[in-house]
Structures are given as C-alpha cells and as structure tokens.
Write a protein that binds this ligand. Structure first.
Ligand SMILES: C[S@@+](CC[C@H](N)C(=O)[O-])C[C@H]1O[C@@H](n2cnc3c(N)ncnc32)[C@H](O)[C@@H]1O
Length: 377
C-alpha cells in the first residue's frame, strides 16, 4: 500500500534520501572489501550452534514445505532428522538451500517448487512433514482475510498430510492466527480434515525463551497419527528467561548488543521483531517492524535501516547518529541462524528469507520434542 504522505513530507523524504545517498557514495568511495574496516564490534559474538547442538541421526525423515531460507529445515537437521526434500516457490530461496546443503533435494521455482501443484504421493513413507504456509492471510500487517486470501495455502498443506500420511506434522504461523476471528478457519481448514487421523496440539512459543536474542512469537500446530505418540508429546520448555526464579529457565536471555559483539553501554535487551522483508514495501533494506520498535533500536544504539551486504561495508558507512549499522549476517545472527549459513540474493532478498523464517533454535526445540514423542530418546 502506498504511504499516505503530503507533498511537503514527500519532498523532505526525497531530500533526506538524496543526502544519504551522497553521503554513502562519499564514504564508500575507494572502498575495498579485501581491506576490512577495523575497530567495530570486535567482541565475542553469540554462536547459535551452541543453542542447538547437532544430535545424532535419529532415523526419522522429514519433508519441508514452504521452506523459505531454511529456518525449520535447519532446526530439524540439527535435531537429527534426515532431510528428504524441500519445496519452495521462490528460486532465490532454493538457491540458498542448495548453496548451503548441496546434497539436499530442493524443488524450487514456480513449476517444481509450487506446493499447490505438487504430487505428494512420491513422498509417501516420510516420517514427518513440516512447513510454514504463508502467513499474510493472518498477519496483523495484512488485511487478515484468512480463507478468502488467495495466499491461504493450508488446504495444500493438509492435502500433503493426507497423501503422505506421515507419523507427525508440524505447521508454523503468526500468532494472529489464534485470534478468535480465525477459530472457524482453523476448525474448517485444519482440525476437521485432519482430526479423524491425527491428534492435534497447538501452542505459542517465544524465540527469546530459546536463546534467540529477538522478541518473536509464533504459533505451532503439531499432529500425531498414533495415539501412543500423541500421549508422549510434551511442549518445548523454555531454556532461557528470567534467572533466579525457583522453577525458572536455566540461562539468562541473550541480548542484542552482546550477541553482536558490541561494547557494553549500560543498556541491552532482546532485539525487536525483525520485519519480514518479502512483505510491505518491496526491496527495502530495513528490518524495522513497527513505530514502537524504533525506540528500542534507538535505545540499543543499533540502526535498523540500510542493512549492508557485509559487516565491513556496514562499518565503513555508519549512520549519521553514530549507531551501529547492521549487515545481513548481523540480522541472521539476531534470528538465530548458524554463522556459516549464507543467504543468496540481494540484501532485501536475504532479509526476506531471514524475517520470514522460524528461528532455527525454536525449530530445533520443536523438532526434538517431536522426535521424543516418536520414541527417540
Ligand atoms: C513463512 S515462509 C516459510 C519460512 C520457513 N518455514 C523457514 O523457517 O524459513 C513461507 C514461504 O512459503 C513460500 N511459498 C508461498 N507460496 C508457495 C507455494 N505455492 N509453493 C511453495 N512455496 C510457497 C514463500 O515463498 C515463503 O518462502
């Protein structure tokens, strides 16, 4: 939707944008990636792999639908599942998955990757199906049209479950989906078609409860075909939180500045939710999700706009207010992606994949509990 701006505001923004472009050109003139800029965020950074230690192969296979840049896929892989295939309509996401895991079967693009056109029978026998059907039909950032939204792909997720008959399924979505107004949608599109064959659980998780340095909530639906497996299901317990309480989680929350290796300045909290770059204004290189979150980023002295492709380029081009400018890898770290995971595409496409993803440590926590319910110790 176009922003509702007055001519005067438009002129002001245009002038700011031109000034900022000129400043960028001046600062980056003669910039050489081979000679990184020194002296910025040299502290120890969080290693997301520590939040999800690689488990031994557990003998269970997983099929990934709507895979995006691989958040759920990474969590399941690190929890010991064997990746069977990923289906994703965007080529750029497919490139990310193939570049990071050349041995994975990745079906991507408008023909091979479209879940709506997929014949799932070839995947019969897979143990687990997981996926995040597009969330715009339920997102508070959208119009919340639910079943009437052409992007509602729950029917295809359900078709996959009915055709492949996995032992378990996991679906992820935005918390808005649990609003009362979508009760009938959930009943008609998920519960009714599946409940005669699956016992279904739904629950919310917060990424910052699992060591991710970001405030981010997601809804999960988990279903089990066998009553014995359903009886063993236990929701993931937070691992991080307010320390010092009697039954509280064990570890303190990870905060944004510390995670990024920035020097202490007396204030540090989890980062606000990173915006999903494939929604809203196109091709933006900002991660700002709301007006309210701008205050938090400001207090953190972290600049949520103009994310750069590399850390040294971000350091060579600090914002005028002197705050820390982020690179793609900083945003990936705030989302809990392993440090060696690379996103294909331009900055806006990388941010789209990051902001759309399930934080891998959260996916890992769910995957572990699913494996336990399926009888893996
Ligand atoms: C919420 S994101 C999923 C993120 C992913 N679960 C993760 O953890 O990284 C939804 C994805 O569905 C993809 N998608 C949308 N329509 C699709 C379709 N018809 N077939 C396959 N993928 C589709 C989008 O391109 C987007 O990457």
């Amino acid at each position: 939707m176009p922003y509702d701006l007055t001519e005067e505001q438009r002129d002001r923004y245009r002038a700011t944008s031109i000034r900022s472009q000129l400043r960028k050109q001046t600062l980056l003139r003669g910039y050489d990636e081979a000679k990184p800029v020194l002296g910025i965020n040299l502290g120890e950074r969080l290693d997301p792999d520590d939040l999800m230690p690689q488990l031994e192969v557990n003998g269970l296979t997983s099929l990934s639908l709507f895979s995006g840049g691989g958040g759920l896929d990474i969590g399941f892989e690190r929890a010991g599942f064997e990746h069977r295939a990923s289906l994703e309509i965007l080529d750029i996401c497919g490139e990310t998955l193939r570049a990071n895991r050349p041995d994975w079967a990745v079906l991507s693009g408008a023909v091979a990757g479209d879940v709506r056109a997929a014949a799932f029978t070839t995947f019969r026998g897979v143990d687990v199906v997981h996926g995040g059907p597009p969330c715009q039909p339920f997102s508070i950032a959208g119009k919340q049209a639910g079943a009437d939204d052409p992007r509602n792909m729950w029917p295809d997720f359900v078709r996959c479950i009915l055709q492949t008959r996995p032992r378990a399924f996991i679906a992820e979505n935005v918390p808005g989906m649990l609003d009362q107004k979508f009760e009938a949608f959930i009943r008609d599109n998920i519960v009714d078609p599946l409940s005669s064959q699956y016992t279904i659980f739904k629950f919310k998780l917060a990424a910052h409860d699992f060591g991710v340095p970001q405030s981010r909530r997601r809804v999960f639906f988990v279903g089990f075909r066998a009553a014995r497996d359903a009886a063993r299901w236990v929701e993931p317990e937070p691992t991080h939180g307010d320390v010092g309480t009697l039954f509280g989680p064990l570890l303190p929350r990870n905060t944004a500045r510390k995670t990024l290796g920035l020097p202490g300045m007396g204030f540090d909290v989890v980062a606000p939710t990173l915006r999903s770059g494939f929604t809203g204004p196109r091709n933006t290189t900002g991660v700002l999700n709301s007006k309210a979150s701008l205050k938090v980023w400001n207090d953190l002295h972290i600049w949520p706009n103009g994310v750069q492709p590399t850390r040294s380029m971000a350091a060579a081009y600090p914002p005028e207010n002197g705050h820390f400018r982020m690179s793609v890898s900083d945003c990936a770290l705030l989302q809990g992606f392993p440090a060696d995971w690379r996103f294909s595409g331009a900055v806006y496409q990388a941010l789209g994949q990051i902001g759309n993803s399930v934080c891998p440590p959260v996916a890992y926590a769910v995957a572990r509990q699913v494996a336990r319910a399926l009888g893996i110790a």
